[in-house]
Design a protein around this ligand. Structure first.
Ligand code: BGC
Length: 261
């Protein structure tokens, strides 16, 4: 338990499912008030909300597309009017679809950049404006990926967006450190979430994926949520501008295992 997270208000984009939903539930367990955000899947958001309120937690759900600046301003306003403000903002909503780069439509490229990178800028801007206005030492967490470091064929748009998230995190961390605002990223590897369901239901692709992970298994969303609460808490008060990789060693060049090379 992180005592200082009690009664803090956290806004989490894309928190109706996957890692976002698990973070919403985990923060609520710490006594934080949670603003759940979803784009289209209201039923899933309601389920997260019910999970939280059934355990005695406080939460609201707000629909907003992260690439729409007005909608995200409305999301922030909702958090402020309901809970009197917010302390932690987590940019989490993301998407991916494979395309050979020479066949990728501009629309497919832009959609991923809009959600995964521009959406993080829009969210960061709302959070920073609020923290500065209230002179609050707020926290921003950007959910990145191992693909901010590992190149990913067929996913050039996704990898480019995550490479962008790395430097968005570092640049904003430096810019707002004098205000006491901490900004960090978490880079998960392969996690058991809806985004990966196709790969994980096929035993062959699942096995191939596991072979790329030195720890040998695909982690659960709660393994990432556990990191997010720590990073948002005062226990991490001296940590800013980092990317914390939670990938079972995926970024350690696993093909070199057993002394190959
Ligand atoms: C992607 C997953 C992928 C993992 C490792 C993540 O960022 O969302 O689909 O399995 O990286 O490649």
């Amino acid at each position: 338990m992180y005592e200082d997270l009690k009664n803090k208000v956290v806004v989490i984009t894309g928190s109706s499912k996957g890692i976002g939903a698990e973070m919403a539930i985990r923060f609520a367990e710490e006594g934080s008030k949670v603003v759940i955000n979803y784009n289209a899947n209201e039923a899933a958001a309601r389920q997260v909300l019910e999970t939280i309120t059934n355990k005695g937690g406080e939460a609201i759900g707000v629909a907003a597309n992260v690439s729409d600046e007005n909608a995200i301003a409305h999301l922030a306003e909702n958090a402020i009017s309901t809970f009197g403000g917010f302390d932690i903002w987590i940019n989490n909503a993301g998407m991916e679809h494979p395309y050979p780069t020479h066949e990728m439509s501009l629309k497919a490229w832009q959609e991923v950049i809009d959600i995964n990178l521009t959406g993080y800028f829009i969210g960061s801007k709302q959070a920073l404006k609020h923290f500065l206005k209230e002179q609050k030492k707020g926290v921003i967490i950007n959910m990145s990926s191992v693909h901010q470091q590992i190149p990913w064929p067929l996913f050039a748009h996704y990898a480019a967006s995550k490479g962008g998230v790395k430097l968005l995190t570092e640049s904003t961390a430096m810019e707002y450190a004098p205000n006491g605002i901490r900004i960090n990223a978490i880079a998960p590897g392969a996690i058991n979430t809806p985004i990966n369901q196709e790969k994980l239901t096929d035993p062959q692709t699942k096995k191939e994926l596991e072979e790329m992970i030195p720890l040998g298994y695909i982690a659960e969303p709660k393994d990432i949520a556990n990191i997010a609460v720590w990073l948002a808490s005062n226990q991490a008060s001296y940590v800013t501008g980092i990317t914390l990789f939670a990938d079972g060693g995926m970024t350690l060049y696993p093909s070199f295992q057993a002394g190959k090379g």
